[in-house]
Design a protein. Sequence first.
Length: 246
Amino acid sequence: MKVTLNSDMGESFGIHSFGNDEALLTLIDTANVACGFHAGDPGGMRETVAGAAAAGVSVGAHPGLPDPVGFGRREMKLYPDEVRDIVQYQVGALKGFLDSAGVPLDHIKPHGSLYGMVARDEALMDAVCDVAAMYGVPVFGMAGTAHERVCEARGVPFLAEFYVDLEYTAEGGLIIARRPHATPVERAVERMTIAIEEGVAIAVTGERIPMRFDTVCVHSDTPNAVEVASAIKNVLDSTNSSSGKA
């Protein structure tokens, strides 16, 4: 199976531009589009869908917590029905723009703290699966967490992600900074190479964490996202080519 490259985008708001979306659309396979709660707006959704369609990039929904001030990176206490409602609401909004552009919904990938919350809480993840099952699409998430366990139990397709521009905890969780910072390209390539060759990620404290993945994420809001994505694309192209020959 080809390992794909994805990016979270469409996170600008009104006249305020944010991220490296335009350049990244020439490099990635899949865009995870913000749906208006943590970031993004209707015009941004329309423009990002149009840009992805023109670039031949598939589009998934990237629903987040209703916290634009915290960019969806501050946890909230939510019940499963609340998670289901906010995810369904956001996916439905994006689906309207996808339908008008003749672009299918590819997947659902929770954003930020919502991603971490549903990775740990099976009841909350079950609510996300309700929406994925409604639309008949996969969920992007982390292998070995509630993301994968609940998808498997529900019969919802699942694609495991690896992050080259974030650090991992010893327990395999992601360390998400409130403000984005540049990731050295050589560090991102090193992480990618180790993950491919050894099947592990190296935690910030040095532990080796088993890592299985189908897709790799580079965040659009990382200052040097284009350079990182270009380098990772080269690694993946080489890996996918070698795998195809085998």
